[in-house]
Design a binder for this molecule. Structure first.
Ligand code: ATP
Length: 503
């Protein structure tokens, strides 16, 4: 697992997808730059989302709100008071942990042990194995499951009660049962606000304290009425937005999975109070379908329904993805009630209500939110696509099987040799195709090596110009995933590529 993840990170660098920020100064922790291919992949994911959410829905429109917002926004949203993570320091290792993540890591360790036992037993008993019965009666599994339940119960309790002393005690107990750090020397648990602060204005006394937005959602809420009126939107309707968000994460690890500066793709769907249950189910299903449409495999996704809800929600679920380090949250679907609009009404003194002509009444709409991290989606797609394949001739090839619609470069045009006029024909094909697709020209090295380079780069098609091309206007088109080659007419290239990369 770790090895696979290391390969993902180094491949992302080697092929110009993701670089560490300010690398010449040794980087900045949990901040990354998207390189020439990464920026294209990221843009394609964003476009794929925008198309599905905005273009395909006549009742959803998109906006682009500013990163800076009036500071009262964050009082109203609850972020000033409640956007905290509990943190704990280990005095020996001088490492800082998120207390809840530490507990969850421990819980995960135990469930891994259970799964190992189950797999072992499955192998041993073969066809006659009754998994459910094993889980319910095997003493080791039962004992461990009980431990997990106890931990979950204690975690929920200390979180709900904000009992920081209890939190510390829970960690100390877990360290004794199954050490994570090998040390018992912990500080107290402290609450740490995740928002980045900055100042607006030149002089010291007139400067205003601002925050960099920790989520894009609030830019939608404060614009709710403006959009509804100017767009003459009728409930139910949605407002979508993609953009940067900033969080001073305590544990920033796992590459672009958890960053301090990242991008979100969010949609707030405004509905009539009382209809939130159906819309919640609707959006859970719709968003899962969007993921499945990329063809990365149904087994890579699962729902995780939240038992403990944030202060604004009456139901919430995550779509989890199987990253190289296990199933983790990729997207959240939240039934946010009227919490945000009501709070903004209260703090701004302005009404944020909708007049329903059918009911002849005004109300504050309820909201369903779908919220996905663009960078996390990037990591999901990229890590899932990177594969090592054994070939028939005994060699291996590294291939990045990106969904074609998302691939940064759709086709590479390769003259077989650098002479006899082949480069000119190849360049002409590039000039024709570039109106519709991002294509590149490559003449360096033997053609086999160029194929491998494009495989590793994720390019779905290689188009080779050879001497026959000069006679009959045909080229060889090679498919990345199957490595199959076809002879086709130059005029047909556009349609062949389009068939595969268009949605
Ligand atoms: P987590 O529990 O992982 O911290 P969250 O529950 O705080 O995430 P939300 O506030 O629901 O996340 O944000 C919605 C989405 O934004 C997440 O599903 C995730 O894809 C993305 N996201 C949140 N924080 C980060 C981050 N620090 N780096 C990258 N993506 C993030």
């Amino acid at each position: 697992q770790d090895d696979q993840f290391k390969k993902v990170i180094s491949h992302a660098k080697e092929y110009g997808y993701v670089f560490q920020s300010s690398e010449i100064y040794d980087g900045l922790s949990a901040v990354y730059d998207y390189a020439q291919n990464g920026a294209e992949l990221k843009k394609n994911i964003r476009d794929y989302w925008w198309k599905a959410m905005v273009q395909m829905h006549d009742n959803i429109v998109g906006i682009d709100a500013a990163i800076f917002m009036h500071p009262t926004t964050w009082k109203a949203s609850g972020h000033v008071d409640a956007f905290n993570d509990p943190l704990i320091d280990n005095k020996d290792s001088k490492k800082r942990y998120r207390a809840d993540v530490l507990v969850e890591d421990f819980r995960e360790k135990i469930s891994e042990k259970i799964e190992k036992d189950v797999t072992k037993a499955k192998k041993r008993f073969g066809d006659v194995f009754d998994e459910q019965q094993f889980r319910e009666t095997n003493p080791n599994v039962v004992r461990r499951q009980k431990q997990i339940d106890e931990i979950t119960e204690r975690l929920t309790k200390v979180q709900e009660e904000g009992d920081l002393e209890g939190f510390k005690q829970l960690i100390l107990d877990l360290e004794i049962a199954c050490p994570v750090s090998g040390s018992k020397n912990w500080t107290d648990v402290k609450q740490f606000n995740l928002m980045f602060g900055t100042k607006l204005g030149a002089s010291a006394d007139s400067a205003m304290d601002l925050y960099l937005r920790p989520e894009t959602a609030q830019g939608i809420f404060v614009n709710f009425l403006n959009v509804q009126k100017t767009g003459r939107m009728k409930i139910p309707f949605g407002i979508a937005q993609t953009g940067k968000a900033f969080r001073n994460e305590i544990v920033a690890r796992q590459f672009i999975f958890r960053m301090r500066e990242f991008e979100q793709m969010e949609m707030q769907f405004f509905i009539k109070p009382g209809t939130q249950k159906e819309w919640y189910e609707h959006w859970k299903e719709t968003r899962l379908k969007w993921h499945l449409s990329l063809g990365m495999g149904e087994d890579k996704y699962r729902f995780h329904n939240h038992e403990k809800l944030a202060h604004y929600a009456d139901a919430a679920a995550d779509i989890e993805f199987k990253f190289p380090f296990g199933f983790k949250e990729l997207e959240g679907i939240h039934s946010r009630t009227d919490f945000d609009l009501k709070a903004h009404e209260e703090y701004s003194g302005k009404k944020l209500q909708y007049f329903d002509h059918e009911d002849n009444a005004s109300y504050t709409p309820y909201v369903l939110e779908t919220s996905i991290g663009l960078d996390r989606m990037f990591l999901a797609v990229f890590s899932n696509s990177l594969q090592e394949e054994e070939l028939e001739n005994g060699t291996t090839r590294t291939v990045l099987k990106l969904p074609s619609v998302l691939a940064p470069v759709k086709a590479a045009i390769l003259p077989l040799v650098k002479k006899d006029g082949l480069p000119d024909v190849a360049r002409k094909i590039v000039d024709e195709l570039k109106w519709d697709f991002n294509v590149i020209y490559d003449e360096k090295d033997a053609v086999g090596r160029r194929y491998r380079r494009q495989d590793a780069n994720g390019t779905p098609f290689c188009i080779t110009v050879d001497h026959d091309t000069l006679e009959d206007n045909t080229v060889t088109i090679r498919h990345r995933d199957t490595m199959e080659q076809q002879r086709v007419n130059i005029e047909d290239l556009r349609e062949i590529i389009k068939q595969e990369v268009d949605v």
